[in-house]
Design a protein around this ligand. Sequence first.
Ligand code: NI
Length: 300
Amino acid sequence: MTATKSFRSHLIVNVVAALAGLAAWELLFALFLGKWLSSFWFFRIHGLSVVGLLVVAAGSAISYVEFHGLGSQEGVVRQGEPRPRVALTFDDGPHPVYTAQVLDILGEHDIKATFFLVGRHVLKYPETAKRIEQEGHDIGNHTFTHKDLLTAKRRILLSEVDKTDEAIYKITGVQTKLFRPPRGALGPACRRALVEKGYRIVLWTVSAADWSGISPKAIAARVLRYTKPGGIVLFHDSGALVRSEGASRGNTVKALAEVIEKLRAKGFEIVPVSSMLSDLAAAEALALEDGRAAQAPSLF
Ligand code: NI
């Protein structure tokens, strides 16, 4: 798997932020703090520079894991066939305000999207969850509590996934086999457990970075710049940095119509993730039939 542009930009942001912090420290040290702090041995060797370098290393590692996962990648879908089709996906909902606004805009443009739902939000906002199903969108599982799965034990993963499946089924009648791990990070034991349960683990090619508080204009510009044929775009219709909900997604809502209209103007058809998966499966079957398995677009 080659690095995607969004991986590169994410990596650059991490490294630049760490280097900027380092430079600021060095400047402070040179201008004001040096004399006073040099009485402490660890500052004499610019101890925080070492810390800064560790931060750069950790930032790079986090970027790598977020965009590439750990270990082999059976069951993981990162993008669709390279046709002019794109899937819009929304994580962390349902939310009574933002999901409803997103659904209104999708409806006005006659678009089907994909919603990766947090189980406890499904139980908290059942009417919104029902509306997603009634309006024909794909529904996927995004754990019950927005659990970090990088280091989670298999037992915890299964409990998170099963509780969410039950909630989704009880409220919407949908039995989903789509899963997206929170933050896109998944340890190998969790990935294997999901594959055994028949899940497709759906990641993304472009993050709208709407969680970071950027403007609607910046969200739209980012999505339009990085979306390629077969792209999967990640938005958030709920969520928060630390808790599972609470942040404003007003900017996501404001960016959405422009994103849809401009993607269409560029010739993209907007489809739910399930359509992309059937595209991939068809392409792979065709390639196997033709004896060109080696060139088959990889499902995994
Ligand atoms: Ni999430």
